[in-house]
Design a protein around this ligand. Sequence first.
Ligand code: UDP
Ligand code: MG
Length: 319
Amino acid sequence: MKEKPILAIIVPCYNEEQVLPKTSGIFLGKIRELVNDGIVDGKSFVLFSDDGSTDATWEIVKELSAGNPAAKGISLSRNRGHQNALLAGMMEVKDMADVVVSIDCDGQQDINAIDGMLAKYANGCDIVYGVRKKRDTDSIFKRNTALAFYKLMKILGVEVIRNHADYRLVSSRALKALHEYREVNLFLRGLFPLLGFKTDVVHFDVRERLAGESHYPLAKMLNFALDGITSLSVKPLRMIAIVGMAMSFLSFVMIAYSVVVYLIGKVVPGWSSSVIVASLVGGIQLLSLGVIGEYVGKIYLEVKGRPRYIIAEKCGNGL
Ligand code: UDP
Ligand code: MG
């Protein structure tokens, strides 16, 4: 651990022209404050990772970098999603910075939690997770779906940090380890615990978005959760095998039963039981096929090994 590390704050931005002019000062101001307090090196900076925005976001980033040497930017060739934008930013700076902190660009996460993160880094932590204190700014629905998600992940044997989104500190050593993970189905929250290293958490308050709108409506959130599960756990496949075994056992019972009924000679009634069994088995089979298909689709994408992002433009010193 260096005494005065070079800090890079990574900020993914997608169509954030409304909020970026309000929040860019918060990130750049924090860098200035930490440099002045002698906590981080004077070469520390903010890297805005523009996720293929179609509005003026990239123009705003370029203006910022022209006016302030501590502001840098990369722009992806198209929209690749929050996780890829974040990964692109982290990989871009992994050899330039000693430590990075990723944070959303909408001002929801309290910037001052970085102080606590850096203190833990100085104590030898490689990864420090920002964990939100309360979820009271969320709707009851979002709170409960989040809770269900964490429970499900636990059942499936996946380690994720509760109430942690992607606000976290990572050392360059851990970033270099992350670099070895080549997966296309990226769920960073589940990957960091797999890296190992000494980790800790810092609690912070969440606020409302300062401007603009969330890019994560319900459908996208569910998709993201599904990606998280299928990219980190194969237990659903095993569950299919278990259900299959249970059904096979049941079918032996049914065979024995039908033979007995046949021998007794009461074979005509039984329409309801046939329909029930046929539809139950049909349903389970289709569901199982769907789950397997989900994994096959993931394998398809992984095998192709396409680049996870393409950087179209860069701005700022040293990039
Ligand atoms: N974001 C991104 N690419 C996307 C969607 C979102 O880089 O395709 C960024 C966005 O600019 C923000 C962060 O990811 O900095 C979190 O997004 P948002 O605030 O919309 O999500 P929420 O906080 O509502 O979950
Ligand atoms: Mg947000």
